[in-house]
Ligand binder design. Structure first.
Ligand SMILES: [Fe+2]
Length: 356
């Protein structure tokens, strides 16, 4: 359909039981996104962080309204924020447009600060890595959609990795958002049957991103939340995860240990269920990985994971971290909420547990 001059129309999409509606505008060939009222004010103290992933633009995203009601200081999108799955940037722009016009997305933007990294589907292709040919164009659109400030480091390097710091020196929360797509070596095997790649040159991130991460882990912070679009602390089970690149997974553990970075906690997405994993390595504190996926996508069976420490949530879900700074040894409460915004996973961690 070619639309001349500025035209606004109502779109509706029905998938399964979900109905999604919104207004989208075109100006000639140019698709105009709905205004996205991103908050840009500083966050003086972070006490509540919500996070989620895997949100199909054709479906209702009512959990975003539940998140807005919880009034987090911050919402972190962990990827598959839309299902673009295309090399056609016009199609990708249309799909971002559908998200931009959703009432529940705008409620979220009105309620809290929102930051994001990407995973395969919003990068452009299922389980894709460095071989995806439109990564530059896709990155430009990602930064435009998520309202990246003009002075951001993300414009100065390849990929979308970045970090954020909130709070004063006694209450500093560092959020590290990784890019696990732009530089990743192609997978070995097929989906559901991926095999571990022990090649020493196989990479999740390139040397520049690893060096940047090393520098970040040396910067002072009380709590460091690492946003990894795919699961970090799970065992190999044939699906995409850090476990398919065991040497890179070990490199991450080694880097945390070598930099003596205290307060590290992973959050991840991708798998269409929620679970909390924990791995304890020799000479290190426990490394937790709270997975929340998806805001619309659901997988009815969780894959095997010997590191899971609570029951998975096999419905739509989101995650939340509350930090109680009022205690001498602050508590970090990690939770997963189901499709009715009911708490289903809960795990308290004392900050002193996450120390060398
Ligand atoms: Fe994914």
């Amino acid at each position: 359909m070619k639309l001349k001059n500025k035209t606004t129309f109502l779109f509706a999409a029905v998938i399964g039981m979900g109905l999604s509606m919104g207004l989208m505008s075109f100006n000639g060939d140019q698709i105009l996104w709905c205004n996205r009222p991103f908050k840009t004010s500083p966050i003086p103290l972070v006490q509540r962080i919500c996070f989620g992933s895997c949100a199909h633009q054709n479906k209702q995203e009512y959990l975003l309204a539940d998140i807005a009601k919880l009034k987090p200081d911050l919402m972190v999108y962990l990827g598959d924020n839309i299902y673009a799955d295309t090399k056609n940037m016009r199609v990708m722009r249309e799909k971002y447009g559908m998200l931009s016009c959703k009432k529940e997305f705008r409620m979220l933007l009105d309620a809290t600060h929102v930051i994001a990294t990407w995973d395969d589907h919003d990068y452009g292709k299922d389980d894709a890595g460095m071989e995806y040919p439109m990564k530059k164009e896709s990155k430009d659109m990602f930064l435009e959609f998520w309202n990246e400030p003009k002075n951001s480091d993300r414009y100065k390097h390849d990929g979308v990795y970045t970090s954020y710091y909130y709070g004063d020196s006694a209450h500093r929360v560092q959020i590290i958002l990784l890019d696990l797509r732009s530089f990743r070596t192609a997978m070995l095997g097929k989906e559901d049957h991926y095999v571990p790649n022990f090649d020493t040159t196989a990479a999740m991130m390139d040397s520049t991103e690893w060096a940047w991460l090393h520098g970040e882990l040396l910067k002072p912070a009380q709590i460091r939340i690492i946003g990894s679009s795919i699961q970090f602390a799970t065992e190999h089970n044939g699906w995409e995860a850090w476990a398919n690149f065991p040497l890179q997974q070990q490199k991450m553990f080694d880097m945390i240990k070598e930099t003596k970075a205290n307060g590290v906690l992973f959050i991840s997405g991708d798998v269409h269920y929620a679970e909390l994993s924990m791995q304890k390595k020799e000479g290190m504190y426990p490394i937790y990985d709270m997975t929340s996926s998806g805001l619309t996508q659901v997988e009815m069976k969780a894959s095997k994971n010997q590191y899971r420490i609570d029951k998975p949530i096999n419905t739509r879900n989101f995650g939340m971290i509350d930090i109680d700074w009022s205690q001498a040894d602050p508590t970090i409460l990690v939770r997963g909420f189901d499709w009715q915004a009911k708490e289903r996973i809960i795990h308290g961690i004392k900050l002193s547990e996450l120390k060398f």
